[in-house]
Design a protein around this ligand. Structure first.
Ligand code: NAP
Length: 258
């Protein structure tokens, strides 16, 4: 399918690895010029080089997207963009009793206020040009809580509420905002969660992984490539009637009817 976005320009944050990189790769395959970002220079430059081999222009900015200065540098480099994919690292797991105010502020900054700030910066240009697509990478924890991810459950619920209203305010201008809710995907993040289970239960990491896979109806983890394909569709010419949706990509793991 021709996604109809060849020649458009996108910013994908936190995109040197994992799901962000999967989204950047799928957009590159659709002919979209990219600005990508991550904190660590080496893997970011490697990702940029690899994306260029797909035939698109790529600008890479090493910066912490959760800081005001980092966002400014990334947004300045990206310029006028048609497509924004927001992503950042997820907060650490723990118990409800582990977290104090500073932990919540960090989680809110990373997973709620950062995507909101990026949207606030990019939406006016999209509205002026009469076309835009925003995809926020959130989590299955928005639909059903993951008890050890209380910081994520809280921050992402806040972002979801913001998007639900904002998406309806910008839709009349041809701008569509949606969220993608990953279940478990085979990335570094999943490895670190499996490592946590392995350590807390005293079992090998492979056993922890196998146990988790058995909780997923698809009996496997998702891949960054299939996640990216859905993201590219949501950023495409064909998605103009999809507004304010929360799309689970979780192999059926979240046991809900709707
Ligand atoms: P990942 O494989 O660990 O990759 C994270 C990427 O984000 C890396 O490129 C990392 O590079 C970059 N990054 C992290 N913090 C950043 C920051 N402050 N500023 C700029 N770049 C940053 O993670 P992932 O699995 O793709 O997860 C992406 C998001 O989806 C996370 O929020 C995660 O919680 C959520 N999620 C993932 C899963 C899953 O199963 N994978 C499930 C549910 C939700 P640097 O470290 O160099 O900055």
């Amino acid at each position: 399918m021709d996604l109809g976005i060849k020649g458009r320009r996108a910013l994908v944050t936190a995109a040197s690895k994992g799901l962000g990189r999967g989204c950047a790769e799928a957009l590159a395959d659709a002919g979209v010029a990219l600005t990508i970002n991550a904190r660590t220079e080496g893997p970011l430059m490697e990702a940029a080089e690899s994306l260029r081999t797909r035939g698109v222009d790529v600008t890479a900015v090493a910066a912490d997207i959760t800081t005001e200065d980092g966002r400014k540098r990334v947004l300045d480099a990206a310029g006028d963009i048609d497509i924004l994919v927001t992503n950042a690292g997820g907060p650490p797991p723990g118990m409800w009793s582990d977290w104090d105010r500073d932990d919540f502020i960090r989680a809110l900054d990373a997973n709620m206020l950062t995507p909101i700030a990026l949207m606030k910066a990019c939406l006016p240009g999209m509205i002026d040009r009469g076309w835009g697509r925003v995809v926020n990478i959130t989590s299955q924890s928005v639909k059903a809580p993951v008890p050890v991810l209380g910081l994520s459950n809280s921050a992402r619920a806040g972002l979801t509420g913001y998007v639900a209203g904002t998406a309806r305010q910008v839709a009349p201008h041809g701008v569509c905002i949606n969220n993608m809710l990953p279940g478990i995907h085979a990335t570094d993040r999943a490895d670190s969660l499996d490592k946590g289970v392995s350590e807390s239960e005293g079992i090998p990491i492979n056993e922890a992984r196998e146990k988790r896979m058995q909780t997923i109806p698809a009996r496997r983890y998702g891949s960054a490539a299939e996640f990216g394909a859905m993201c590219a569709f949501l950023c495409s010419e064909h998605s103009g009637f999809i507004v304010a949706q929360n799309i689970l990509i979780d192999g059926g793991a979240t046991n809900v009817t709707l």
